[in-house]
Write a protein that binds this ligand. Structure first.
Ligand code: IPM
Ligand code: MN
Length: 366
């Protein structure tokens, strides 16, 4: 049976990086004897321009009928003056809400070949591997009421969480921790916010069902400092929507570039995969974007939506091998290093993937 993948390249660098993810998925399908069908749909600023709205009905329908959605990025500065609801970002939030995935998984690892390129001293970042589990459908992003008062001089948002919302994402955090180093740091601001006090209480309750997993509660400000000084001390970081948004960009400094980070949103009707980076309009269309975040998101898609663990692992290896061989997009290149285009980086990873597979064949043959 064919795996139906709905592609939503979106804005800015979204289309370029999505093309490279499709290159890798196509390669995997051929070699695994699986069939993937791709369909492409407009979202974000690109959809506002062509269809008059950020999330056209047809796009939403395609997403709901797919086995998985792979998104590029949304957002463009020309919409900066628009009302919140009319911005490209609103389309992504509406899509997330319609698909229903409440747990957004954002892994950040230190790739050894890049350790010297990170903001860290190499020994500090060595072995660092953090998984941010971000609550994606609640909190300040969606709380009502929200808006501007008539004067235009006062604006408000609502931070609201229910036990149910916290419980379901906490379970995902503990489940993932079980597959990793069995540590959960639950991030909150319980010294100030009621929602955080509830968060802490519910997470502690959920923890009772996971006695093999170690739980610590960490204030978000402390967590930011610790992420910058001792990133390897974290395993799973369980965060609300806003804290998770902020800390996941910060966690990108472990890897060395925001362009490297993938994400998967699970728990809803259809799982959604997207790189953590934005649309980067300043470099769009120039072949300067790093496709690794999108390619690693495709690997997560294979793992979670296609149960192709081996193939997903091969892609992760291929990314590391390509980096070890010196493949660098502009965001990763040091002085004097050759800079690859988005497509060349995709090709380098595809070649590395073929080699990973060949190597395995040899081992089996021996
Ligand atoms: C992200 C992005 C989005 C978010 C924006 C584009 C709505 O920053 O996926 O991290 O804030 O969730
Ligand atoms: Mn973000």
């Amino acid at each position: 049976m064919s795996l139906k993948i709905a592609l939503m390249p979106g804005d800015g660098i979204g289309p370029e990086v999505t093309d490279e993810a499709v290159r890798i998925l196509t390669n995997v399908a051929e070699h695994a004897g699986r069939s993937f069908t791709f369909s492409t749909h407009a979202i974000g600023g690109a959809a506002i321009d062509t269809a008059g709205r950020g999330l056209p009905e047809r796009t939403l329908e395609a997403a709901l009928n797919a086995d998985a959605v792979l998104l590029g990025a949304v957002g463009h500065p020309k919409f900066d003056g628009q009302k919140t609801a009319e911005r490209p970002e609103a389309a992504l939030l509406a899509l997330r809400q319609a698909l229903g995935g409440f747990a957004n998984l954002r892994p950040a690892v230190c790739y050894p070949p890049l350790a010297r390129r990170t903001a860290f001293q190499p020994e500090r970042v060595k072995g660092a591997s953090v998984l941010i589990v971000r609550e994606l459908l609640g909190g300040l992003y969606f709380g009502e009421p929200r808006g501007f008062e008539a004067s235009g001089n006062t604006a408000f948002n609502t931070l609201i969480y229910s036990r149910h919302e916290i419980e379901r994402v906490a379970k995902v955090g503990f489940e993932r921790a079980r597959e990793r180093r069995k540590k959960v740091a639950s991030i909150d601001k319980a010294n100030v916010l009621e929602t955080s006090r509830l968060w802490r209480a519910v997470v502690s309750d959920v923890a009772k069902g996971y006695p093999d997993v170690e739980l610590e509660h960490v204030y978000v400000d402390t967590a930011a400092m610790r992420l910058a000084t001792a990133p390897a001390s974290f395993d799973v970081m369980l965060c609300d929507n806003l804290f998770g948004d902020i800390l996941s960009d910060q966690a990108a400094s472990i890897a060395g570039s925001l362009g490297l980070l993938p994400s998967a949103t699970v728990g809803g009707k259809v799982d959604l995969y997207e790189p953590v980076h934005g649309s980067a309009p300043d470099i769009a269309g120039k072949g300067l974007a790093n496709p690794i975040g999108a390619i690693a998101s495709a690997a997560m898609l294979l793992r979670f939506s296609a149960r192709m663990d081996k193939e997903a692992g091969d892609i992760d290896h291929a990314i590391e091998d390509a980096l070890a061989a010196g493949a660098r997009t502009r965001d990763l290149a040091g002085p004097g290093e050759r800079v690859l285009s988005t497509r060349e980086m995709g090709q380098a990873i595809e070649e590395a993937l073929n080699e990973v597979r060949d190597r395995k064949h040899c081992y089996h043959g021996v």
